[in-house]
Design a protein around this ligand. Structure first.
Ligand code: ARG
Length: 459
């Protein structure tokens, strides 16, 4: 049988394969709440402008509310033949209220309807991402405050570089996440314009009030160009881009947790709640959550690339290609929210192993730069010469199988005669970090200032 929405010019219904490739109800039912909110705003506007009667609008409103509760209760019978969420809702509205249902689509098209629903869905996800990122930042600040003066090795190339503090390392991620937060917030400002009322593509001859629907749905204003309004998916791409960068940050932290929780590092102990065991090796405690967070970037960035590819060659305005915007975005959003929640749980629950951190901080000649700086400061040596002398001292210690503080003064003086006992004062890791007082440096005093700043920002 021909389609109930556009059957007028069709003699036959679609082939089963046509229906299968065309239907989106399997996934776009996730936008049911947005679809109904949009229709309610549209119905109220149609009555306010006199395009439909107040009585019809009231019937639409009640019918739409009934449908929403049916969907929420899991009692709604979704139909693939009805293709998508928009037509499923409208068809059910016709069952419920009869003739007035047919007036709801006045001055509207599925093109502006889907643009609206999807935009509102993405906007909700942006808000959820903002909350999720803030929760993780708070968990990291708690760790930073506790360990503002715990020393650990700082790495470059994953080789011991200079001692840093645990708090400083935690706050490095807080800074990254703060930029993620600002990217989500920026994207939200740009996406917060309503496409509703663009109709199919050209606007409508009915005297609709786009300001009214925009305001009712929480938008700052209606979009200014109807062709753009039904064509644009930038809002989803911006969300996916911000999500990709955020997921990349989560992946780096996850990688550090995987390394740090290993028997070789023992920098952190993950809680039982956020680790798993092995079915064969009884000693194992695996950082699966961190590994999965590390992997989620693949799906999220993949969605970003996939949607960019879908959009890149499309002529204006709507093409059915654009129906492929949703599944990828849904999956990416789900992955991001789960990754944020799991990371927040792991970070809140993990315990830093202070002794292991401090032990590792002093190994690998981590205070060699402090020694070179001392030669510059005390002996007025050019830094390049000091670098050379320190290199020789490191080679000497390495040859003796000891660390820099274990060399005797005589050892030191065999490399450079002017070195005095005072040098031993700068070879300890605590001295080292305490001396890094430059703005943004790792000194505990600096870390505490930053902790206080973030506590105020996140309060
Ligand atoms: N299900 C469609 C989508 O997701 C809705 C818009 C359909 N519009 C149209 N003219 N076929 O994009």
């Amino acid at each position: 049988t021909a389609n109930q929405m556009w059957g007028g010019r069709f003699a036959a219904g679609p082939d089963a394969i046509m229906e299968a490739i065309n239907a989106s109800i399997g996934f776009d039912r996730r936008m049911a709440a947005q679809d109904i909110a949009g229709s309610r705003a549209h119905a109220a506007m149609l009555a306010a402008t006199g395009i439909v009667s107040a009585k019809d609008a009231e019937a639409m409103r009640e019918g739409l509310l009934t449908i929403l509760s049916e969907i929420e209760a899991g009692e709604f019978a979704f139909s693939t033949a009805l293709e998508d969420i928009h037509m499923n809702v409208e068809s059910r509205l016709k069952d419920l209220i009869g003739e007035p249902a047919g007036r709801l689509h006045t001055g509207r098209s599925r093109n502006d309807q889907v643009a609206l629903d999807f935009r509102m869905w993405v906007r909700d996800q942006v808000d959820a991402a903002i909350e999720g990122v803030q929760a993780l930042m708070k968990a990291l600040v708690v760790q930073a405050e506790a360990g503002a003066d715990w020393v650990m090795p700082g790495f470059t190339h994953l080789q011991t570089a200079q001692p840093v503090t645990w708090g400083h390392h935690m706050l490095a991620y807080v800074e990254m996440l703060a930029r993620d937060l600002s990217r989500f917030r920026d994207a939200r400002v740009r996406m917060n314009e309503s496409p509703l009322g663009a109709a199919a593509l050209a606007g409508t001859s009915f005297p609709i009030d786009r300001e009214m629907t925009a305001q009712a749905l929480g938008f700052d204003r209606p979009m200014a160009n109807s062709l753009d309004a039904v064509s644009d998916r930038d809002f989803a791409l911006e969300f996916l881009s911000a999500a990709s960068i955020c997921a990349m940050h989560l992946s780096r932290l996850a990688e550090e947790l995987v390394i740090w929780s290993s028997a070789q590092f023992r920098f952190v102990r993950l809680s039982d709640r956020f680790s798993t065991g092995s079915s064969i090796m009884p000693q194992k405690k695996n950082p699966d959550a961190a590994e999965l967070i590390r992997a989620k970037i693949g799906r999220i960035f993949g969605a970003n690339v996939a949607l960019t590819m879908v959009m890149k060659g499309l002529p204006l305005t709507y093409s059915k290609d654009m129906q492929e915007d949703k599944e990828q975005t849904f999956d990416a959003a789900d992955s991001l929210m789960l990754a944020l929640a799991a990371m927040t749980g792991m970070v809140s629950d993990m315990t830093a192993n202070r002794e292991a951190l401090e032990g590792a901080a002093g190994s690998g000649f981590s205070t060699a730069t402090d020694l070179a700086d001392w030669l510059v400061r005390t002996l007025n040596m050019p830094f390049r010469d000091a670098h050379h002398v320190t290199g020789a001292l490191v080679a000497l210690a390495e040859g003796k199988g000891c660390d820099l503080p274990d060399l005797t003064l005589a050892d030191m003086q065999s490399v450079h005669g002017a070195i005095t006992e005072e040098v031993f004062g700068v070879l300890g890791v605590h001295n080292s970090v305490a001396s890094r007082m430059s703005y943004g440096g790792t000194a505990p005093a600096r870390v505490r200032e930053q902790v206080a700043r973030w506590q105020a920002v996140l309060a």
